[in-house]
Design a protein around this ligand. Structure first.
Ligand code: AP5
Ligand code: MG
Length: 190
């Protein structure tokens, strides 16, 4: 089992690199943001209740997101996974650790992808032209997502630093350069 948390602000490249890492290490990949967007797309009750949070760039409630991950773990618990955009609060991290412990697993490493704010905004605005993501289109919402990250999510790094599992890499450069830094950081913790 290898469980990796990809950590960083909106637009830092989590989704891009998670897909490549999942292939490289033969792991599952879960993006809680993608799970929420798919619920919204399918028009489920859960999706409808999530729309407001997403369009404002706020976090969804911990209890709901944690249940999404618990559901995923029921059917994806044999080889490990890349967790992209989760956990995003200390409360989520604590529940997540317990959830993994219950199946005899643990987080192996959290890798933080460091990208300056102006580059984050530039990347998301560029993607917003054709992503169709409702939280990509306005600069106000993008800046709010980054602010929410600073206020509520950044602190989760301390949780895994205390466990000796935190690694940070420079998220600037080509996708290949960033991928090489990520695998080096992950391999150092295996
Ligand atoms: P989520 O879907 O997780 O979005 P996010 O964290 O805001 O991050 P993004 O998906 O926008 O960026 P990314 O880091 O994946 O970067 P990407 O690879 O796409 O969450 C959305 C919402 O869902 C949240 O706001 C919240 O409401 C809710 N939510 C989700 N999880 C939650 C949780 N745990 N708790 C509560 N609420 C939750 O790259 C960005 C762009 O840059 C792309 O166009 C890409 O092609 C480009 N790019 C990538 N790498 C590079 C590079 N090296 N150089 C240049 N461009 C690059
Ligand atoms: Mg993403």
């Amino acid at each position: 089992m290898l469980n990796i948390i990809l950590f960083g602000a909106p637009g830092c490249g989590k989704g891009t690199q998670a897909a490549r890492l999942a292939e490289h290490y033969d792991l599952y990949h879960i993006s809680t943001g993608e799970v929420i967007r798919s619920e919204i797309k399918r028009g489920t009750e859960l999706g409808k209740s999530m729309e407001g949070y997403i369009s404002r760039g706020e976090l969804a409630p911990d209890s709901i997101v944690v249940e999404m991950v618990r559901d995923f773990m029921r059917t994806h618990n044999d080889k490990g996974a890349i967790f992209d955009g989760f956990p995003r609060t200390t409360a989520q991290a604590e529940i997540f650790d317990t959830m993994l412990a219950e199946i005899g697993a643990k987080v192996d490493v959290m890798v933080f992808m460091d990208v300056p704010e102006e580059e984050l905004v530039r990347r998301i605005l560029l993607r917003g032209k054709d992503s169709g993501r409702q939280d990509d289109s306005s600069e106000d919402v993008i800046r709010n997502r980054i602010e929410v990250y600073r206020q509520q999510t950044e602190v989760v790094a301390d949780h895994y630093t205390k466990q000796g599992k935190y690694e940070a890499i420079n998220g600037l450069g080509t996708m290949d350069e960033v991928f090489a830094r990520l695998t080096e950081a992950i391999d150092s913790k295996r």
